[in-house]
Design a protein around this ligand. Structure first.
Ligand code: GDP
Length: 331
């Protein structure tokens, strides 16, 4: 059935009232790549901005199996006990709806998925990381206008997506596991450097000792890092998402961080930097899109590629020819 389409103001009115069905439809609009959807979506986002509630945005990352969904379920309930609302969003550029999105999946968060004050939304489907991340960032704006004062953004801690998440959250939480002895192996230094808190999950039963050992190792490693721009010293804690141990301590840490950066001005500064970052990201993305989607450019690139491969033209000259053609056409 074809549903009646809303005007931008109708969307905003529904969102601000906290109507989750309209919020969901607005998110779908934001995620759509259709030109007319995008135009309407941008109007909705713009109109939602003044309605944003005071929120805390937390990025949560960890490798598959680290216990992200279990932890988000537990952390989420903890946060909701204090009142307010929670939106769980995700960034997973590899996800495709048809295959079932891996992150932010409702079925992975059993308790939250039936909580009236939780809004769970899986990752926008596959696309460029920048594109997927931008949609999640725009969804944050809609959720905040709908009164979701707690925002979780989930991502898999294996690649580039951490940078994207880091650029839209106030606190970046890295979930780790103990066990292999050499805990720090395989963790990209860059990811650790972004973390405001490292939490070692599954600190339960016979695993507690190992988790404590990992905690000491992480603490030592963090000592070697340069001071953070926020002035905050990243903490390392152990907890169990499944058995609900140490949850209050993890959230205490986040509360302390938020109070700390609100006091020293870093909270606002970071949000402003992020807003700037996304302006430039959007420009970069659209410029790239405009360029690569041009059929003549596409053809020319094919041809130039062959020339470069056959050593008939240098990479630089080939690029220059294509760019000259493009800029000439744009004049
Ligand atoms: P994700 O892939 O990071 O989302 O991880 P999941 O939340 O799906 O958890 C992966 C596996 O670890 C599941 O079998 C969970 O039951 C288990 N798990 C998650 N948290 C804990 C925990 O705190 N303690 C223990 N013992 N197991 C856990």
């Amino acid at each position: 059935a074809k549903r009646r389409s809303f005007t931008a103001s109708e969307y905003v009115e529904g969102i601000v009232k906290g109507d989750t069905s309209i919020l969901s439809q607005a998110v779908t609009l934001v995620e759509s790549n259709l030109y007319e959807h995008q135009t309407l979506a941008q109007e909705v986002i713009e109109k939602c901005l003044p309605h944003a509630c005071d929120s805390v945005r937390v990025g949560i990352t960890g490798v598959p199996g680290a216990g992200k969904s279990t932890s988000i379920d537990t952390f989420g309930l903890h946060v909701l006990k204090r009142g307010g609302k929670l939106a769980v969003l995700a960034i997973d550029p590899s996800s495709e709806r048809s295959k079932g999105s891996i992150l932010g999946d409702k079925t992975r968060m059993e308790k939250l998925s039936v909580h009236p004050n939780a809004f769970i939304r899986p990752s926008p489907s596959a696309g460029s990381l920048g594109g997927v991340a931008r949609k999640t960032r725009e969804t944050i704006v809609l959720c905040e206008a709908a009164g979701y004062n707690n925002i979780f953004v989930e991502t898999v801690g294996v690649g580039q997506s951490e940078t994207a998440v880091h650029s839209m959250v106030d606190f970046f939480l890295l979930i780790q596991l103990a066990g292999t002895g050499d805990e720090l192996q395989g963790i990209k230094r860059g990811i650790m450097e972004m973390a405001d808190g490292i939490v070692i999950n599954k600190a339960d039963g016979s695993n507690i000792e190992k988790a404590k050992l990992a905690q000491a190792q992480f603490r030592n490693a963090l000592h070697l890092f340069p001071p953070t721009p926020s002035g905050w010293t990243p903490q390392v804690l152990t907890y169990s998402g499944y058995y609900e141990l140490g949850i209050a301590e993890v959230w205490d840490m986040i509360d302390k961080y938020i109070a700390f950066v609100k006091k020293n001005g870093y909270f606002d500064y970071k949000r402003q930097e992020q807003a700037k970052y996304w302006m430039f990201e959007t420009i970069n993305e659209q410029l790239r899109d405009h360029f690569y989607r041009n059929p003549q450019i596409e053809r020319m690139l094919e041809e130039k590629q062959q020339k470069v491969l056959n050593n008939e033209q240098s990479s630089f000259m080939a690029a220059k020819d294509v760019l000259d053609y493009y800029f000439d056409k744009e004049k």
